[in-house]
Design a protein around this ligand. Structure first.
Ligand SMILES: O=C(O)CCC(=O)C(=O)O
Ligand SMILES: [Fe+2]
Length: 195
């Protein structure tokens, strides 16, 4: 895995957007899709907010995805394989880049057909300790739903294919999720620094 971790970190250092294929195996991606599918069927996924929950800003004009937070307490074998992988990635990142990551949070994300997330920045005032954003895509079939990243006048569209991971600084890069024409599944999360 160290080679894949380094690929992700090197592409981040070179372009501000780390991208690597095969961060998750196709097998693990498929099991995580099964988990999301079961949670969806059991109506466990909740409408995502947009930062300031005090305003109960469930604004469907900004984002229309559904989420469920991962937790080791669920004792789900595949969720725990994912957390083990993240633990090794975080120690690798801290060792090789002195990143000072002390925690993380991840949720499953489902964008139903026709869903999107308008241009935004991940690090908002209530979440000042989100240092890096990281997304793991799970779809074996993709139609739309690209992650569009804005850097200056440039835009970059990243197709959300199973196994791929994207990694960028949470307070730097604005991005959006373009409308998806198929259900789009992922794990989305943040690596956090203390404070
Ligand atoms: O799924 C993606 O490609 C990006 C998701 C995102 O921007 C977010 O949840 O903040
Ligand atoms: Fe985001």
């Amino acid at each position: 895995m160290e080679i894949i971790f380094d690929k992700l970190i090197d592409s981040y250092l070179a372009t501000n957007v780390g991208i690597v294929k095969d961060f998750l195996s196709q097998e693990l991606s498929a099991h995580l899709v099964d988990n999301i599918t079961a949670l969806y069927a059991g109506e466990q996924l909740v409408t995502a907010g947009t930062g300031n929950e005090l305003l109960i800003n469930h604004n469907k004009l900004i984002r229309s995805d559904k989420i469920y937070w991962l937790d080791r307490i669920h004792n789900n074998i595949y969720e725990n394989v994912f957390f083990d992988l993240m633990d090794s990635f975080v120690s690798h990142l801290n060792r090789s880049c002195y990143a000072g990551i002390t925690g993380y949070e991840f949720h499953y994300t489902l964008y139903e057909k026709g869903s999107f997330y308008k241009r935004h920045l991940d690090n908002f005032k209530q979440n000042g300790n989100r240092a890096f954003s990281m997304i793991m895509y799970l779809n074996s079939e993709v139609d739309g739903g690209a992650l569009r990243i804005y850097q200056g006048n440039d835009t970059q569209d990243i197709s959300p294919n199973a196994g791929k991971s994207v990694f960028f600084k949470s307070n730097e890069l604005e991005h959006e999720v373009l409308i998806t024409h198929l259900p789009r599944m992922s794990i989305t999360g943040w690596l956090k620094v203390a404070g």
